[in-house]
Each structure stands twice: as structure tokens, then as C-alpha cells.
Write a protein that binds this ligand. Structure first.
Ligand SMILES: Cc1cc2nc3c(=O)[nH]c(=O)nc-3n(C[C@H](O)[C@H](O)[C@H](O)COP(=O)(O)O)c2cc1C
Length: 358
């Protein structure tokens, strides 16, 4: 078995850098691109444990992996019933497709929390521990990881307590998003509270939140002593960030980053990403039984009845971020809004590169 970040800093002799779960973004294509740029691991977007247990094909489709996707990956589940979470986790482990299962104990979205899932697990710490314990037992010998927050709101900081509970219940590692659930994804992370979690346990703790550059990653490690960082939005359209962070952790010279690449090089990276995204989307439509596996009632996504238009919609934000800050970026953004297929998106990018000497 190759070393995995789960064994802590000893695995690579440096902190690790992971790709965060981002619903509707972290598909097999995005993960593959992230690995090829230097990510040590990734977590899938969250998938409903109850859906998996019911045999929902769209839920299963969200866990699809392209045969070419190689890299450490955990399947993330959400729910609140320990038995249901354990059954879903067992099925994921039995599939042999993943290196770990991750429990979502931090999602603040209303429809998730109202159901007692995600961040709501922080409200009932006994239930939180029971969920972790049931899942850890179900997936063993695979590791169970937990992604949580520093607490529900500033009146209830809970990072160290949750870390201790998770460790005692059998978690192999914890990822702590350094923002309270009440803050959703805004504001600076509170590294002092993440550091309390690091101090409280002996399993690896990964720091997440607001890491958008190699300097941010170094600062996060210096402030928390964490086993690594997890990068979310900063890597959307900028997967090179993983390599930059990795080099900074190794003390190696910085590799070429997004801002060093020519317009043609960005275009080529986008073309490769879109080709993978098409493969990934075809695979997930097939597993979903010909249906769009988009979860969560997003009307625009659900309206995409074929993989091509679904990829065009999903890939807009990648495209816009690939060319962020370049001349012509706002014209490109407008053109991308009306593209209906990946080819139209690429054409828009090609025109921008030619017209603006990007
Ligand atoms: C669009 C979006 C989707 C997300 N989806 C998930 C998810 O499925 N599971 C999860 O644990 N966190 C999810 N998150 C939270 C991220 O994993 C991460 O914790 C958060 O974005 C903070 O990291 P960042 O500041 O580097 O983006 C999501 C965040 C965003 C913005």
C-alpha cells in the first residue's frame, strides 16, 4: 500500500494537502485533475446515506470514479441515524472503490440541518459519537474520517471536544473547517480553535478554510500544527495550487502556477478537464439509469437532461476561474453563460485567448 496522509506527517515527511468535498464540483474529473497537480488526497461531495441504503441510483452515481482516477479518495456520507450511516458506509467499503469513508458533520445548509444531518450532528454530541462509532466499526479495516467545524456558533466552540469524541469513537483522522456553522463559508478561519483540536488528540487533524495560496497553507500549519491542509474554493479553476502548496511544504522552489501559464496553456488544461468531465458525467448518468444525478433540488441542474448540457453548466465556474484576472475575463464570463455544450465553452475560451492575447 502506498503511504497515505492518514498516518500523519510521517507519510510524506511534510504536511499533506487535500482537495475538499465541494457539492456539484468535486466529481471524478476534478479529483483526477487535482491529483495530477499534486493533491495527496480528496473527498467526494457529500452523498445521502439513506439514499444509498434505499438503493437510489442517483446517490450511487455521485460516488462514481473513472477508471483513470488514481489517488487517495474518501467517500463522504451524510445522515444522522447510526445504523443507516453504518449500512451505507459498509456498502461503500465493500465496493472496494474508496480508501476511506468520511462523515459529514459540518454542512450548514438549511435542508440538511433541518433533517438533523451535517452540522446538526454538532448539536447532539452523544449522537455524533454514536454515528462515528457505528461507521468506524462498519468500514474497518478501512479508515473512517470525520469532517467537522469548530462549532455551531461562536457561543459554542466545540472543536477540541468533537475531536476527542471522534478519536475515542474510532475515527482515524479529522478535518476541521475553522469556521462556525453559523458563518457558512465566510470570514477568516479561527486557527486557534483548530489548534486546540490538534492538541486534544493524537490522530491527524487537517486544517480547512480560506487556504487560497501557498503562504496561507504555511500560515495555517504554523498556527495550528495540523497534519495538513484541505483546500476548497481556492482550487476551483486553479488546481495548480495543490502543487504550489506541496512545494512550499517541501521547501522546494515554487512550480509554475496559474498566473505563470500562457492563455494557450490554460486553454489546453481546460480542454483536458472538460474531456474528463464529459467522461465522468456520462458514467454518472449511466449509473443513475439515464437520469441526471444532481442532488439537492437545483432546478437548473435538474433541467439538464443530457450529459453535455450538464457538463456545460457545471464547467462554467471552472472556466471562469481558470481565466480569472486575465484580460477579457469578464467578456469570457458573459460568453460562458450562454454556452450550451462543452465545445461551446471551449470556443468561448479560444476566442477570448485570441481576442485579448490572454
Ligand atoms: C459550493 C460548496 C460545496 C460544498 N460541499 C461540501 C460537501 O459536499 N461536503 C462538505 O463536507 N463540505 C462541503 N463544502 C465545504 C468545503 O468542503 C470547505 O469546508 C469550505 O469551502 C471551506 O474551505 P475553503 O475556504 O477552502 O473553500 C462545500 C463548500 C462550498 C462552497
Amino acid at each position: 500500500m502506498p503511504p497515505s496522509w492518514i498516518s500523519g506527517r510521517a507519510a510524506f515527511g511534510r504536511p499533506c494537502v487535500l482537495a475538499a468535498p465541494l457539492a456539484e464540483i468535486t466529481d471524478s474529473a476534478f479529483r483526477q485533475v487535482s491529483f495530477s497537480c499534486g493533491a495527496d488526497g480528496a473527498v467526494t461531495e457529500m452523498v445521502c446515506a439513506a439514499g444509498l441504503v434505499r438503493g437510489s441510483r442517483p446517490s450511487a452515481a455521485l460516488l462514481s470514479r473513472l477508471p483513470t482516477e488514481r489517488g487517495w479518495c474518501a467517500a463522504q456520507l451524510y445522515g444522522h441515524d447510526p445504523d443507516e450511516l453504518a449500512a451505507a458506509a459498509r456498502a461503500v467499503a465493500a465496493s472496494g472503490a474508496f480508501d476511506a469513508v468520511d462523515l459529514n458533520a459540518g454542512c450548514p445548509m438549511r435542508r440538511i440541518v433541518a433533517n438533523g444531518d451535517g452540522a446538526a450532528l454538532m448539536r447532539d454530541e452523544t449522537l455524533f459519537a454514536r454515528c462515528v462509532e457505528a461507521m468506524a466499526r462498519a468500514v474497518s479495516p478501512l479508515p473512517l474520517t470525520v469532517k467537522t467545524r469548530i462549532g455551531l456558533d461562536p457561543s459554542r466552540p466545540a472543536a477540541a471536544r468533537l475531536a476527542r469524541l471522534a478519536e475515542r469513537a474510532g475515527a482515524a483522522a479529522i478535518i476541521v473547517h475553522g469556521r462556525f456553522a453559523s458563518r457558512f463559508h465566510e470570514g477568516p478561519p479561527d486557527w486557534a480553535l483548530v489548534s486546540e483540536a490538534v492538541e486534544a488528540v493524537s490522530i491527524p487533524v487537517v486544517a480547512n478554510g480560506g487556504v487560497n495560496s501557498a503562504d496561507d497553507a504555511l500560515a495555517a500549519i504554523a498556527a495550528t500544527g495540523a497534519a495538513g491542509v484541505m483546500v476548497g474554493r481556492g482550487a476551483v479553476g486553479n488546481p495548480w495550487l495543490f502543487g504550489e502548496i506541496r512545494a512550499a511544504f517541501e521547501g522546494a522552489p515554487a512550480p509554475r502556477g496559474r498566473d505563470d501559464l500562457s492563455g494557450e496553456e490554460l486553454l489546453e488544461a481546460l480542454r483536458r478537464h472538460l474531456a474528463l468531465a464529459m467522461e465522468a458525467k456520462r458514467l454518472s448518468f449511466r449509473i443513475a439509469g439515464g437520469e441526471n444525478p444532481a442532488e439537492g433540488g437545483d432546478a437548473a441542474r435538474a433541467a439538464c437532461r443530457d450529459p453535455e448540457s450538464a457538463v456545460a453548466l457545471d464547467a462554467r465556474r471552472h472556466l471562469i476561474n481558470y481565466f480569472r484576472g486575465r484580460p477579457g475575463a469578464s467578456a469570457l464570463r458573459r460568453a460562458a453563460q450562454s454556452a450550451r455544450t462543452p465545445d461551446e465553452l471551449l470556443d468561448a475560451a479560444r476566442e477570448a485567448v485570441a481576442a485579448f492575447r490572454v
